[in-house]
Design a protein around this ligand. Structure first.
Ligand code: ATP
Ligand code: MG
Ligand code: MG
Ligand code: MG
Length: 343
């Protein structure tokens, strides 16, 4: 069977995707597959590398990106032979249902959630409605539409300030890795943050900012949903920004999170409920906020979370009893099974 590991992508999380793919390629069970790397450039062009023969074949991330000098990728290749696609992509054009739709139309199996779950998970407004419908608590929020912003910034800010107190979090609706997100403390910052977020999407969500501990639970499975021990992102400041996630080493991951058994149970249940509510399959990471008063809010479900051997998703699974290489094999099998069962 041919395994197409697809990474890069036309979005702001391109680099993170290359990191995830580099780690994954070092841990695949090569005896089972013919592994083909497929690189999507920032412009959205697809290139194919030659077969990766084993765990030590690719020495650096740069090699994965150099594929650009090689052969353009043809989708015919996917349908000609028995194959499975592994989209190692974060954010829009990868984690949002668009590429999943391509695989559906080609009728080939792929790793991770399907079209609907991917689209809901990436959409910070729709997902909140779905979570609420499932009985899960979310923080107060409000939508800002580009057309309203163009008509009157003043009206938009007034409406937000009437409904929410500072600090607020301003977020593009479809995005990840904290890209385009700002924590704001006053009207001036609010205006600038909204302008920034509109660079990434034409819909924005503004949320009430709360001092919280951030707890994440990993999910694995199709109909049979399994959850990991919770992990905590222990951070020195309120906002866990892109730089903290990938560039500096300020964030400590506490695994398992130091919370009560009761809270652990509650969050694992909430994670499974959220996953089922969006119709998830394969993998996901549910992100929670825990307040000083002990209230739990769901923030989001990431249908393709960071996947380097150092990321939260593999780390909480390792602690739960599934080592990284086995996890990779399991998510491939889940993708194959979903395709077969038409789940
Ligand atoms: P990723 O997909 O990488 O997990 P994201 O871009 O989807 O991230 P969020 O997880 O929604 O973005 O927010 C990024 C970070 O901003 C959170 O991890 C947290 O540090 C902070 N944050 C977001 N919303 C709130 C809020 N309402 N109250 C307090 N902190 C928040
Ligand atoms: Mg996210
Ligand atoms: Mg994400
Ligand atoms: Mg998050």
């Amino acid at each position: 069977m041919k395994l197409y590991v697809i990474y890069g992508g036309k979005n702001a999380e391109h680099e993170v995707s290359v990191k995830s793919a580099f780690s994954i390629l070092q841990h695949i069970y090569y005896d089972y597959y013919t592994v083909i790397p497929v690189y999507i450039t920032r412009e959205g062009n697809w290139f194919r590398g030659s077969e990766v023969k084993g765990r030590d074949s690719i020495q650096s991330k740069a090699e994965l990106v150099d594929l650009k000098q090689k052969t353009p990728f043809s989708f015919n290749e996917l349908i000609e032979e028995e194959s499975v696609a592994f989209p190692v992509l974060h954010g829009p054009n990868g984690e949002d249902g668009t590429i999943q739709g391509l695989f559906e139309t080609l009728d080939i199996p792929y790793v991770g959630s399907g079209v609907l779950a991917s689209a809901i998970g990436m959409d910070k407004l729709i997902s909140k409605s779905v979570f609420k419908e499932a009985g899960l608590s979310v923080l107060p929020y409000k939508e800002v539409k580009l057309r309203d912003w163009k008509v009157s910034r003043q009206d938009v800010c007034d409406a937000l300030e009437t409904y929410l107190d500072y600090p607020m979090y301003v977020k593009p609706v479809n995005q990840g890795s904290s890209v385009g997100i700002t924590r704001v403390l006053n009207t001036q910052e609010l205006i600038e943050a909204i302008e920034l977020a509109f660079n990434y999407d034409y819909r924005i969500v503004v949320e009430k900012g709360v001092p919280v501990r951030e707890i994440e639970v990993a999910i694995l499975g199709n109909e049979d949903v399994h959850t990991s021990v919770p992990g905590e992102l222990v951070k020195p400041k309120p906002f866990y920004a892109y730089e903290d996630k990938y560039l500096n080493q300020k964030v400590v991951r506490e695994i398992p999170a130091k919370i009560s058994g009761e809270l652990t149970k509650k969050m694992r249940k909430m994670a499974a409920d959220a996953f089922e509510a969006i119709n998830g399959s394969g993998i996901s990471r549910a992100d929670f906020f825990l307040t000083e008063e002990g209230e739990v809010y769901i923030n989001e479900v990431n249908t393709f979370p960071g996947f380097t051997s150092n990321s939260m998703y593999p780390k909480v699974w390792a602690k739960t009893g599934i080592p990284y290489a086995d996890l990779i094999e399991e998510v491939i099998q889940l993708g194959l099974r979903r395709h077969k069962d038409k789940y």
